[in-house]
Design a protein around this ligand. Structure first.
Ligand code: SAM
Ligand code: SF4
Length: 330
């Protein structure tokens, strides 16, 4: 029975981001440390447990699920899970966020499962810079992956770019031209202080959505759009183009007031807020000797009482959230 999930601030929560792995073929400088220790296999939810989690989420009132990670498409047998979740009654939308590296292989299969919208992360169109930002990534397979997604006929493709000052802020215009040429959307993200990194100073690298917008408006005219997705992006239309430009501004434009989201880490922790530690251990319930789905549903419903009102990020302080983004599920 699908009921609504309402938190104690009256917000309806209908969207879950389900992380299917903490592992990744890239090591993006804002997301991970160079040398990462990944979770031991025993701590990671099995595909069956991820499926049971999706079932319980939908039974609790979630209608939209986004699969994320780490890199979701490098998890073994991921298509088994995607096919199973896509067939669940009550699920209105299944989406995916990917770094694009495996899309040549998977784009058509994903589309065949009924996935209509997909987000692909790309921060630069310069091969050397791409390698320096992702540390282990190569640009060409991602460009080919974007083409494969376009050919597969997704209804909506959105590029995501995290902009770092003096690193890729000079590529904002070329990224927009790239998206515009393909009639796809692009959102620019402010870096968030998740996990302790030494590769760069997050405060010095911070590039606000307002600064990004000023750069864009030197070349393009933007008008506010009523486009709404399930995420926190604010959208603008670009003159003479089908592409929409989004801004995800966790610092400069707090979006908590209309938060509709929860996250499930691949360890089965239900996180109530990206910028807070409030969590519920779903894995313990999934792994009880006599698994009882109704307890999982009850735990998800009860979690609404501890969803915090908002996040507070301060780049000048040590990060309060020690989880890296890959472990959080972006
Ligand atoms: N690997 C997939 C990808 O890169 O799209 C999915 C997971 S990734 C964690 C999801 C999104 O989070 C990506 O768009 C990435 O750029 C963004 N991201 C990662 N770390 C971030 C941070 N510290 N601040 C802001 N965005 C971040
Ligand atoms: Fe991997 Fe995505 Fe994190 Fe980059 S942002 S390291 S691609 S999980």
């Amino acid at each position: 029975m699908n009921t609504a999930l309402i938190d104690s601030f009256g917000r309806e929560i209908n969207y879950a981001r389900l992380s299917v792995t903490d592992r990744c073929d890239f090591r993006c400088v804002y997301c991970m440390a160079e040398k990462m220790t990944f979770l031991p296999k025993k701590d990671v939810l099995s595909l069956e447990e991820l499926y049971q989690t999706a079932v319980a989420l939908i039974a609790s009132g979630i209608t939209k699920i986004r699969l994320t990670g780490g890199e979701p498409l490098i998890r073994n047998d991921i298509m088994w899970l995607i096919k199973k979740i896509s067939q669940l009654k009550g699920l209105e939308e299944l989406t995916l966020t990917t770094n694009g590296s495996q899309l040549v292989k998977y784009a058509e299969q994903l589309r065949a499962c009924g996935i209509k919208r997909i987000n692909i992360s790309i921060d630069t169109l310069d091969a050397e810079k791409f390698q320096s930002i992702t540390r282990t990534g190569k640009l060409q397979p991602v460009l080919d992956g974007i083409d494969a997604a376009i050919d597969a006929g997704f209804e909506s493709i959105k590029l995501n770019s995290v902009i770092l000052k003096n690193r890729n802020d000079d590529e904002i215009i070329s990224l927009i031209k790239f998206a515009k040429k393909r009639s796809i959307d692009i959102a620019f993200i402010e870096e968030m202080p998740l996990g302790d990194i030494i590769e760069h100073d997050r405060l010095l690298a911070f590039c606000s959505s307002e600064e990004i917008r000023q750069i864009i408006e030197q070349e393009f005219s933007l008008t506010p759009s009523d486009k709404k997705t399930n995420g926190p992006a604010r959208y603008f239309s670009l003159a003479n183009s089908y592409s929409k430009i989004g801004f995800i501004s966790p610092h400069s434009h707090n979006f908590c007031g209309d938060c509709n989201r929860i996250r499930i880490t691949v360890e089965g922790q239900l996180l109530l807020c990206l910028g807070n530690e409030h969590a519920v251990d779903l894995r313990a319930l999934l792994r009880q000797q006599h698994y009882d789905p109704s307890q999982l549903i009850q735990a998800i419903q009860n979690s609404m009482k501890i969803k915090p009102e908002r996040h507070y990020f301060n780049l000048a302080e040590q990060p309060q959230i020690v989880r890296f983004m890959n472990a959080t599920g972006g």
